[in-house]
Each structure stands twice: as structure tokens, then as C-alpha cells.
Ligand binder design. Structure first.
Ligand code: SRM
Ligand code: SF4
Length: 564
């Protein structure tokens, strides 16, 4: 055990009586729009972040006013699976309590922005009335469990979804604090009656993320997860999973001991062993993760510090499960699939592109209203995707035309018109709500894509799918380090550009340009597009071309490259 002192957040968790703190008191304090500083750490475990409007932060300071506080609320939606009636509940809450938008996230969940303190409790209660919740959507616990949403093999997908739901349930904090604070649940006086069997009193050293993927689509970006399950299908049934561990994106500019990392494949397990292995991975990280430095506290650093063989041994010991040799797998892309898809039981699914994940009504593009109309007509399912998009799921052949008509009426069918670059784009939220943003992202990427599309067209590459992802800071919320073009905010209008990642999320990009403005980004990319147009091999992707032609040197450490 290190003699370094524990971080402040560890003290807050320890003193919180299992995530209660003084949140309930803070909610009824009329003198401020904020809650107590320590409670802002605890509210995350309930899916709630305190934020302030950064567009008007300095003006408020000038006027000697407190920041314009409001709250971001994140729901927990394993595998992004929602009934359309749940969606209608979420839609009403967005209109009544948030900023009239629903934000689809990169982990198949949704967020509300702009909920003020006096409406916070009511909003959380209404999310629960819509039969969803926000427990563990954030905080030092297991977050929303992802699962490949594209049901080309419907039976396999349903089964994998059930694994994701079971894992989500199994790794949920058991504290009743959420029910007490937000749902007026019965108060449990002694925090001792409320023990956390998996997490213990101080939960995990840091956030933890898990996902299930079904090859060949790597839509969930399994190698970016702390814990991943690659589904192995043999003779039409799931024979098990290849388990991956130690993925993560976050880094800090200029601090080389922080870095994005792709997960390692630990080996193969049978379906019945998923929960045992997951719990062993979590408790190993609970016991060995670094609680003295939050920048070094993710599972990826625990594994790099102690070695993958030590880690495998520890997980085998704790779970009683021995890993078999990994089964060969292959991924083709880490993006989503758009338009109508027919599954193997005759149902249709429509993949709808949602730029930047923002569902709202803007001019003639009325996405929020359009999805409301579709949800009213179509009593079935929506699936949120890991790339901030939405699938209108389980549509009968007879209903397709009516849905097409609504997509057209509300001006939201853009997957047929958007360029392949745009369809393969993702941007994190960044300004104005994210307290950590250094540069614009969601509000800026669409206009940069316009310019890049013009360049691609000039070089005859208009039909070329290239993944592009932008974040407003190096935390990596849109997983930019595994996009062929990754733009990572460094300061206002300035980005570090990463190039050379694999199209299927199997190889990290490397920094190519630092602190660059838009002009510099375009100037750097144009000649690369020109070379790509003339020198590429058949069907070669942009990232692969940049590595093959030596423009960027792929990271060679084993952990960074997957060949299945
Ligand atoms: Fe994230 C923090 C938004 C997916 C890595 N992330 C944040 C916060 C909460 C800022 C904060 O701490 O104050 C952002 C809120 C912005 C806002 O105003 O809404 C935020 N993260 C998001 C979302 C909404 C981005 C999006 O545009 O969709 C995603 C919500 C996912 C969800 O539904 O749970 C989101 N964040 C991710 C991902 C991608 C993933 O999980 O696949 C990552 C990289 C993977 C990883 O965790 O390594 C990610 N977010 C971070 C980090 C860096 C963690 C690290 O290890 O260094 C932070 C900062 C932190 O934890 O200190 C962060
Ligand atoms: Fe905020 Fe940075 Fe995440 Fe973007 S990447 S949402 S700026 S924390």
C-alpha cells in the first residue's frame, strides 16, 4: 500500500454514509442555485452533475452574480434499449424541465442539460415514473453497460442485451441513498444496514465502463472499455465471450504518464461466467486501483503497473474461472449502420443519424417533434447507439412507409443526404455546459465537416467513409483517439490532431499536429487527402493508408494494435 495520501474524493466518499452526504439539505436551500461542493462529487453517483453556463460565466462574474448554475442529468439505459413509451416520457421531461433537447451520448444513454435546482428532484422522480433511472450513470462505479444495438441477428442480439442488463443490475450500487433523496424512499437510519457487497464503503478508485460487442461491427468500441465482452457465435448460438480489459481514453495534455490505451484480450469464457469474471475484475480494481491520484486511478494504469499476467491470475483466483485461449474475431468498423435493415426474424430497423447526438427542433429540422410523432405511431422500441444515433426498432414491413413519411415531414431523414464523413462523425458536448471544455466541439464540428467535405469532393473522395471525432478536451468523451481523424481541444479554436487510427477502432491514432487552428488543420489534411486519392490500395481506409505510407508511425506496443 502506498504511503501517499488518499485523494479528497476518497474522503468525501468515506464520510458520505453511502452516497447521502448533505444532498437532501442542499436541494432545499433557497439561497443558492448550487449544492455543497462535497455533494457535487456524490450527486454524480446519482447521475447528476452540477454545471454552469460557460457562455455567460465571465459576464456573471463581472456583475458579481453567482454562476448560472444548472444540472446535467444522465439516465442509465443498458444497451440503449427503450420502449417508445419510455421515450415519450423522456420527451415530456425535456420540454418541461430541461433545455428542450435530449442529448444522446456516446454510451447509449441520454442526458438532460439546464435543469435548475428547484426542479431537480421532480425531474429525477419523473424519469423514474417513465420507468428509467439515473443510478450510477456517473461516479466511481460501473457506468451504463453498452451492447451492440444493430440487430442483424435478432436472437443473438436479444441474448447479448440480456447479458448487458444482468451485468448492469449486478454492478449497481446497493445503497438506498438514491431512493431516499430523490424518491422519498424510507430512510435507513444506520448506514451499516446498507452495505455495498461489491464496492465497499468507498466504491471504486475511479469510473468503470463495460460493454458487449457482436462482431463484425465494433460499434461500442470494445477496446476503449475497462471491461469488454466480444461475443463468440458458433453454430448459430453464443458459445462465450473473449474478455478484454484495460481500455480507456482519458489523458492530460503535456502529462506523458497519462494516455489513451486499448484493452488487452484476457481470454475466452463461457456465458455463465460473465458475472463472476466481471465482479472479479471490479473487485481487483477496487483493491489495487490507485486512490492517491485520480489521473492514475483507472484500471488501465493498474494493469500497466502490475502486468497483464498478474491481472489475469488475480481475476482467475477471485472468480474461480480459468480463461481459455481467445477465439479469433474480426471487426470491420466502429461506426453505426444507417437506413433500413432487415433482421433474421423479419423485423425492420431504421438507423437514424443524429448529428452530435442532439435531439431538438432547429428550424425545419424538427427531430424532437419528429421522434415524438414516430413514438406515438410506433408502439415498439428505440435503440440508442454508441455513436450518438438512434435506431427505430422492430418495425413491421407494413409500417415502414408511415415512418418514412414522418421522417420526411419533420425534415429529419438526413442519413441519405449526409456525407460518409458526417455519418462517421462524433463530437462530445463541450461548451457551454461542460466544465472541463477547453475548445468547442458539438457546436463546431458540423461546420468543419462542411469544409472537409468540400476538400474530399475536390479529390474525388466524396463517397469515402472516414471516421472523424472531436472533443473539447483530452478526456476523450467521443473516443477521438480511435477515429481516423481525431481532434482534441487544447484551447479556444485550437486542437491536437491525431491521425492513423484504425477504421474499426482496433488501432490508436498518434498526435500529428499540435495546438492547430482550423486553417492549419485543413492545410495539413488537404495534401494527405490528395495522396490518399491517388496512392491508396483497393478499399484501403484513410487511417491504414497513413500508416502504410509512413505518414504516421502506428504505435507498436502490443497493447495498441489488435489483429484479432
Ligand atoms: Fe465523459 C467527464 C460527457 C463519454 C471520458 N464527460 C465528462 C463530463 C461529465 C465533464 C465533467 O466531469 O464535469 C462531461 C459532461 C459534459 C456535458 O456537459 O454534458 C462528459 N462523456 C460525456 C458524454 C455525454 C459525451 C457525449 O458527447 O456523448 C458521454 C456520456 C456517456 C454516458 O452516457 O455515460 C461521455 N467520457 C465518455 C467516454 C466514452 C466512453 O465511455 O465510451 C470517455 C472515454 C472513455 C474513458 O472513460 O476512458 C469519457 N469523461 C471522460 C473523462 C476522462 C476519464 C479519464 O479516465 O481520464 C472525464 C473527466 C473525468 O472523469 O475526470 C469525463
Ligand atoms: Fe467535456 Fe472534455 Fe468530455 Fe468534451 S471530452 S464532454 S470537453 S470532458
Amino acid at each position: 500500500m502506498s504511503d501517499k495520501t488518499l485523494t479528497e474524493v476518497e474522503g468525501i466518499k468515506a464520510a458520505s454514509r453511502h452516497l447521502r452526504g448533505t444532498i437532501a439539505d442542499g436541494l432545499v436551500d433557497p439561497l443558492t442555485g448550487a449544492i455543497a461542493a462535497a455533494d457535487t462529487q456524490l450527486s454524480k453517483f446519482h447521475g447528476i452533475y452540477q454545471q454552469d453556463d460557460r457562455d455567460i460565466r465571465s459576464e456573471r462574474t463581472r456583475q458579481k452574480l453567482e454562476p448560472a448554475y444548472s444540472f446535467m442529468i444522465r439516465a442509465r439505459i443498458p444497451g440503449g434499449l427503450l420502449s417508445t413509451s419510455q421515450w415519450l416520457g423522456l420527451d415530456r421531461i425535456a420540454l418541461e424541465h430541461a433545455n428542450q433537447t435530449i442529448r444522446l451520448t456516446t454510451r447509449q444513454a441520454i442526458q438532460y442539460h439546464g435543469v435548475v435546482k428547484r426542479n431537480l428532484k421532480q425531474t429525477v422522480a419523473e424519469i423514474n415514473q417513465a420507468t428509467l433511472d439515473t443510478i450510477a450513470a456517473c461516479g466511481d462505479v460501473n457506468r451504463n453497460v453498452m451492447s451492440s444495438p444493430l440487430p442483424t441477428l435478432s436472437t443473438i442480439h436479444r441474448e447479448v442485451q440480456r447479458h448487458a442488463e444482468k451485468l448492469s443490475e449486478h454492478l449497481m450500487p446497493k445503497s438506498r441513498a438514491y431512493h431516499e433523496i430523490w424518491l422519498d424512499g424510507e430512510k435507513i437510519e444506520s448506514s451499516k444496514t446498507d452495505l455495498e457487497p461489491i464496492y465497499g464503503d468507498t466504491y471504486l478508485p475511479r469510473k468503470f465502463k463495460a460493454a458487449f460487442v457482436i462482431p463484425p461491427q465494433n460499434d461500442v468500441d470494445v477496446f476503449a472499455q475497462d471491461l469488454g465482452f466480444i461475443t463468440v457465435v458458433e453454430d448459430g448460438r453464443i458459445s462465450g465471450f473473449n474478455v478484454t480489459v484495460g481500455g480507456g481514453m482519458g489523458m492530460t495534455h503535456g502529462e506523458t504518464d497519462t494516455y489513451p490505451r486499448l484493452g488487452d484480450v484476457l481470454g475466452f469464457i463461457e456465458p455463465d461466467d460473465v458475472l463472476k469474471v466481471a465482479e472479479a475484475v471490479v473487485t481487483t480494481q477496487r483493491d489495487y486501483g490507485d486512490r492517491t491520484n485520480r489521473k492514475h486511478a483507472r484500471l488501465k494504469y493498474t494493469i500497466d503497473d502490475r502486468g497483464i499476467d498478474w491481472f489475469r491470475g488475480e481475476v482467475e483466483k477471485r472468480s474461480g474461472v480459468s480463461f481459455g485461449s481467445a477465439v479469433k474475431y474480426a471487426f470491420v468498423a466502429n461506426g453505426d449502420v444507417y437506413g433500413w435493415q432487415l433482421d433474421d426474424v423479419g423485423a425492420w430497423h431504421y438507423g437514424l443519424f443524429v448529428e452530435g447526438g442532439r435531439v431538438g427542433d432547429v428550424g425545419s429540422r424538427r427531430l424532437l417533434s419528429g421522434l415524438r410523432a414516430i413514438a406515438r405511431l410506433h408502439n415498439a422500441e428505440f435503440r440508442l447507439t454508441p455513436n450518438q444515433n438512434l435506431i427505430i426498432s422492430k418495425v413491421a414491413a407494413a409500417d415502414k412507409a408511415a415512418i418514412d413519411a414522418l421522417l420526411a415531414e419533420y425534415g429529419i431523414e438526413n442519413s441519405a443526404h449526409a456525407s460518409p464523413l458526417r455519418l462517421n462523425s462524433m463530437a462530445c458536448v463541450a461548451f457551454p455546459s461542460c466544465g472541463l471544455a477547453m475548445a468547442e466541439s458539438e457546436r463546431y464540428l458540423p461546420s468543419l465537416v462542411d469544409k472537409l467535405d468540400a476538400s474530399l469532393q475536390q479529390y474525388g473522395l466524396a463517397g469515402e467513409p472516414i471516421t472523424i471525432r472531436m472533443t473539447g478536451c483530452p478526456n476523450g468523451c467521443a473516443r477521438p483517439y480511435i477515429a481516423e481523424i481525431g481532434l482534441v481541444g487544447k484551447g479556444p479554436g485550437r486542437y491536437t490532431m491525431f491521425l492513423g487510427a484504425g477504421f474499426a477502432g482496433e488501432r490508436l491514432g498518434v498526435p500529428f499536429l499540435d495546438n492547430a487552428n482550423e486553417e492549419e488543420v485543413l492545410e495539413a489534411l488537404n495534401p494527405l487527402f490528395a495522396d490518399f486519392a491517388t496512392e491508396r490500395n483497393d478499399a484501403e481506409h484513410f487511417g491504414d493508408f497513413l500508416v502504410r505510407s509512413g505518414v504516421v508511425r502506428a504505435l507498436t506496443a502490443g497493447r495498441n494494435i489488435h489483429d484479432g
